[in-house]
Design a protein. Structure first.
Lengths: 534, 191, 372
């Protein structure tokens, strides 16, 4: 059924007008829509972060009341995690995976259309969740993205919209994952074995499986929350025999693997960029693939390290601590593999490579602060402070977001057929990484000095770090206007890019995306490509 | 090509089954969690309906007259519950293996019927499995009529097996109004 | 202004300061620990921080070396067989060996510290800490004393802004203190970095931490778990005093309590001054969060009391709303369960005469009793 439509389209090229986008089953068009959606959300989530930092510029309440502050904080997280990073990674998967494995399209093109078009609905729902409390006059969603009860049971009607948002986003990402995993299993070009796949494909295969495993658990958890709020159940209410901590277990059973859902696609991108610009193959490809599997497996069983302070038994806590510390092995492998790919390479420093090198350094830093946080007794001090905020922004901004930026610069020539402006790209790189570090590095210290997270106002003893953080955050935010400008400029024209714009990709990667023209025609690989025998 | 479509559908269906399975797993966590907590001793809210034991099951080891354990009683009123609850003693010394009774007096200070659940918690949590309640007001919901004063007995035994290093056991009750709409009242927010 | 002063200081320090992570005196690190557990945690924290620093130095050095040596512009040709050389084949063994070695040495030390955290040696005293939106209640379980601790207002340029309370906790030094943590509504976390690490306060749960305070002084902290609107506004202040001072404070508190109980039931006629003084205290503990320090309220949810229709209207209506609560606004609860007649009489008198309300009305406890 679904491919009939795709078949018709094969011979007619893209339909004209809005139908091309609304009814699209073409992986490239859907990929483009995902990426545009993610870009819009990047600016929405970024704007909310700017408002938060503006409020925190000085002690005293200046522009946001406490509930609005925490509402924006919640939405900043939800937008960035579910609206920006995941759709951007899915957009790249849509564009690149079929092209890398030599498939004509995704396995389930109509499902693909559905999983994208759910996103704008979710975005609308999220915006309603912010406005609704002011119409009905009750408490905004002031819980933070973790939505812990009983606070989330107290919150007003906005919380219900947030829960629906999560449901829709969950369905969207589950459908996208099913599609991607099916594509990778079934649609590889003849001769492309599992261990021949580009790392990005491997990374997304594992990401898809993780999402399929954990997203439904979150859906279940927030559904229970919805029932507790409106239907008199007591899943999380001790008065009815429930337990508020159970929600934390459900949330983090999803939440910890979710971190790897955000990270892995970017690790996959790095697995292509580093070899390309080092002009030699990825070092320790197989151990790296196995370590990603190990990362996923370990990631599924260490969730409770987000809740050391709820009071678990000594044995259980020690288990979670050791499990968590062991995660440094697969993460160590990734960094090790990237560093030794550069070693004895012949490096050049185009924008994607600059990002890749910076990511290796900054993500290592997130890794070592991660080990500090994993140590239970120390976490009893760090927990819920800005130290944690700094740690996860170091993990997620370099680990996920910058990885995606690197991917954008790496593939923009392929997508548009034009080279981006290298000089502007480098300016963007330095501007954004320096301001990022100045924003979040001081937060380690404000955390240690005693500043808890999710507070709208703080004592002047924390002034210096917050002031630096806020000013740098504005610079960090502003750098993204340049990013937007570079993308638009590249789409509109520029130096023509060849089929293989990066000379190093020849030895560095195994993907088939470089065998098609830049930009690729509407349909690629209608006849399966034949791989060279090894 | 159509065989490719069928193959895709098979894989997609299997993955969908996994999704449904994991959704179910989320809900299965509710009973599983209780079970895991019982087995591993993760601290959790005591389940009020369980924990009742027959007296003869816990005093079989005989009374250890040589050992004295401090037992403290503590009450927390959840969500501004308009009751007064006081144990007759706040602190007592007990011998392991012997049954003791303590009466808690509850007063409903309102002009409405109020039904509560008493949620027990024990510190140190390691003592929980050795602290047996033969009779407790926490086994049932407690309903007090307007201005009613009620004596609520608790009968308990601490087992001989309680490790020597625990010299004080604190039994804490949180009284929660079962009408949750009375509790979540702070919805009028500060704008 | 303090901001400006501190910002100038900051500029003088320069960014070089960030490198010196050990500059504890300027709040760059966890505060100096004053209890055995927090000291152990502090040492553990320093150990992991040093290990982290060493690892970062090694990684950075290797990368910088690679960037300088293995670049195309320096004419370096890529070694296409590096990944299949003996090093490429066997280097993967290195990672788990090195990483595990570091990990397990940290984990071993951490497990020991955690055993100290979980240590349940017999305490000398127990303090029950109850978190509520948005205040802390302290029960000295052995002394039968209860303190309710609310935010004390300061201006945003004061060092004490959001760090001060009306009733600080008084604790003796050199005594083993057990803290019990619970909450009455949502999650909270009682955190005083120098001496009290976090264990969440969860409604229906009871969690336990402990400390032996080794040094007299004032220790500050604040709620660490998001508890809604007032999360940023529930600080914690501990005054650690000598055992003697603590004993006399306890005796004083208990005498006060006995006196208050006697006064509340006596039939004494109170003067305006007495009621105003008491009323102000009651107001600051119970009413100020919503109706605000100057009685200006936060309309529409929390009406102003200054020139309010009830506070300057007939006195019966004012007594009724305080004693029995508001019929229209559920947030205004009936105070008859929480306050005694004297306290209610005092606060009503205060509200009718403070902030320029100046009605001149004096409400006696007997008036309140009649309205119950």
């Amino acid at each position: 059924m679904s491919t009939d439509v795709a078949h018709d389209a094969h011979h007619h090229g893209p339909p004209a007008g809005f139908r091309r986008w609304l009814f699209s089953t073409n992986h490239k068009d859907i990929g483009t829509m995902y990426l545009i959606f993610a870009l819009v959300m990047l600016f929405l989530g970024g704007a909310s972060a700017m408002m938060l930092r503006a409020e925190l510029l000085y002690p005293g309440i200046q522009i946001l009341n406490p509930d609005l502050y925490n509402n924006l904080l919640t939405n900043h997280a939800l937008i960035m995690v579910f609206g920006m990073v995941m759709p951007a990674a899915a957009g790249m998967a849509n564009w690149m995976i079929p092209m890398q494995i030599g498939a004509p399209d995704m396995a389930l093109p109509r499902l693909n259309n559905l999983s994208f078009w759910l996103l704008p609905f979710a975005g609308t729902m999220l915006i309603i969740s912010m406005i609704a409390p002011y119409i009905w006059g009750d408490t905004p969603v002031n819980t933070g993205w973790t939505l812990y009860p009983p606070l989330s049971v107290q919150a007003g009607i906005g919380m219900d919209f947030s829960i629906f948002t999560l449901h829709i986003l969950g369905i969207s990402s589950i459908l996208a994952s099913i599609n991607i995993v099916t594509t990778i299993i079934n649609m590889r070009a003849p001769g492309m074995g599992w261990m021949d796949m580009p790392l990005f494909v491997w990374a997304w295969f594992l990401t898809g499986l993780l999402l399929i495993m954990v997203m439904p658990v979150l859906a279940g958890g927030v559904t229970m929350l919805l029932f507790d709020r409106h239907f008199g159940t007591a899943f999380f209410d001790a008065a009815g025999g429930g337990d508020p901590v159970l929600f934390q277990h459900l949330f983090w059973f999803f939440g910890h693997p979710e971190v790897y859902v955000l990270l892995l696609p970017s690790i996959g991108v790095l697995g292509l960029i580093v070899p390309t610009f080092s002009r030699k193959p990825l070092f320790a490809y197989k151990p790296l693939v196995y370590s990603m599997m190990l990362l996923c497996a370990l990631g599924m069983v260490v969730w409770a390290h987000h809740q050391y302070t709820v009071g678990m038994s000594e044995a259980v806590t020690n288990y979670f601590m050791i499990g968590t510390i062991l995660i440094s092995i697969p993460v160590g492998y990734m960094l090790f593999s990237f560093i030794f790919t550069m070693w004895r390479g012949s490096m050049t420093f185009e924008t994607p490579m600059l990002f890749a090198i910076a990511i290796v350094l900054m993500f290592s830093f997130a890794g070592v602060t991660g080990v500090m946080l994993a140590v239970v007794p120390a976490d009893l001090q760090y927990h819920d402070t800005y130290f944690v905020v700094a740690h996860f922004h170091y993990a997620l901004i370099p680990g996920a977001v910058f990885g995606l930026y690197a991917g954008v610069f790496y593939w923009l020539p392929k997508w548009t057929g034009n080279m981006y402006d290298e000089k502007l790209g480098k300016i963007f790189f330095w501007w954004t990484t320096i301001s990022f570090n100045l924003t979040f590095f001081p937060q380690h210290f404000s955390g240690l000095a005693g500043m808890p997270r999710r507070i709208v106002d703080y004592s002047p003893i924390f002034l210096e770090f917050n002031f630096i953080s806020s000013i740098s955050a504005f610079a960090f935010g502003a750098s993204h206007l340049l990013f937007l400008y570079i993308i638009i400029k590249t789409i509109r024209g520029g130096e023509k890019a060849g089929d293989m714009p990066w000379d190093g990709a020849q030895v560095g990667t195994t993907g088939l995306e470089w065998t098609v023209p830049s930009p690729p025609p509407f349909h690629t690989f209608e006849e399966p490509p034949v791989l060279k025998a090894k | 090509m159509s065989s490719q479509v069928d193959k895709n559908k098979v894989v997609a269906k299997r993955l969908l089954l996994a999704v449904i399975g994991m959704f179910g797993f989320g809900f299965a966590m509710v009973p599983l969690y209780t079970l895991i907590c019982d087995v591993t001793g993760i601290n959790k809210v005591g389940d009020a309906s369980e924990g009742r034991v027959a007296l003869e099951d816990v005093i079989h080891g005989g009374v250890n007259e040589d050992r004295l354990i401090n037992v403290e009683f503590d009450v927390t009123l959840n969500g501004d519950l308009p009751w007064d609850v006081e144990p007759e003693v706040k602190k007592m010394q007990v011998h392991p293996g012997k049954a003791y009774e303590v009466v808690f007096t509850a007063v409903n200070k309102t002009d409405d019927n109020v039904i509560t659940t008493a949620v027990p918690g024990i510190t140190p949590w390691q003592a929980t499995e050795h602290f047996s309640k033969v009779e407790c007001f926490c086994f049932n919901q407690q309903k007090l009529k307007p201005r009613e004063v009620k004596a609520m007995p608790l009968k308990f035994v601490i087992a001989n097996e309680l490790p020597e290093k625990y010299g004080t056991v604190t039994l804490s009750y949180t009284f929660m109004n079962t009408d949750r709409s009375k509790v979540n009242k702070k919805v009028a927010s500060i704008h | 202004m303090l901001f400006v002063k501190r910002l100038k200081y900051l500029a003088a320090m320069g960014l070089a300061l960030f490198a010196g992570a050990a500059a504890a005196e300027y709040g760059l690190n966890l505060p100096e620990p004053v209890s055995p557990v927090t000291r152990d945690i502090y040492n553990l924290h320093m150990l992991t921080a040093y290990v982290a620093t060493v690892i970062m130095i090694i990684i950075t050095t290797v990368i910088v070396y690679a960037l300088i040596k293995f670049r195309k512009s320096a004419g370096y040709e890529a070694d296409q067989n590096f990944h299949v050389s003996w090093f490429g084949k066997w280097a993967w063994v290195l990672v788990p060996v090195v990483v595990l070695g570091i990990d397990l040495s940290i984990a071993g030390k951490a497990a020991n510290t955690f055993a100290l955290v979980e240590d349940t040696t017999e305490p000398d005293m127990t303090l029950k800490v109850t978190g509520s939106q948005w205040k802390w209640t302290y029960d000295y379980m052995d002394e039968d004393i209860r303190l309710v601790s609310n935010l004390k207002k300061h201006e945003p340029d004061s060092e004490l802004y959001l760090r001060d309370v009306d009733n600080p906790v008084i604790l003796p030094i050199n005594k083993r203190i057990r803290f019990l943590h619970t909450a009455t509504d949502v999650l909270h976390a009682w955190w005083v970095p120098a001496l009290a690490y976090k264990k969440d306060s969860i409604p229906g749960y009871i969690n336990e931490t402990w400390a032996i305070i080794e040094k007299e002084g004032v220790y500050r902290g604040q709620c660490a778990e998001n508890c809604g609107t007032g999360h940023a506004f529930m600080p914690i202040v501990i005054h650690a005093v000598s055992e003697d001072k603590y004993a006399s404070w306890v005796a004083e508190k208990q005498a006060e309590k006995a006196k208050a109980a006697a006064e509340a039931t006596s039939d004494k006629e109170w003067t305006m001054e007495e009621l105003m003084a008491r009323g102000e205290t009651v107001y600051k503990t119970n009413c100020v969060a919503c109706h605000q320090a100057e009685g200006q309220g936060l309309p529409p949810a929390f009406p102003a009391l200054k020139d309010g229709p009830i506070t300057v209207g007939p006195v019966e209506g004012h007594i009724d709303i305080v004693v029995n609560g508001s019929k229209n606004n559920p947030v205004m609860v009936a105070w008859k369960n929480a306050l005694n007649d004297l306290e209610m009489a005092a606060v009503i008198t205060y509200e009718r005469n403070a902030w320029g309300n100046d009605t001149g009305d004096v409400v006696q406890p007997s008036d309140v009793k009649a309205a119950r």
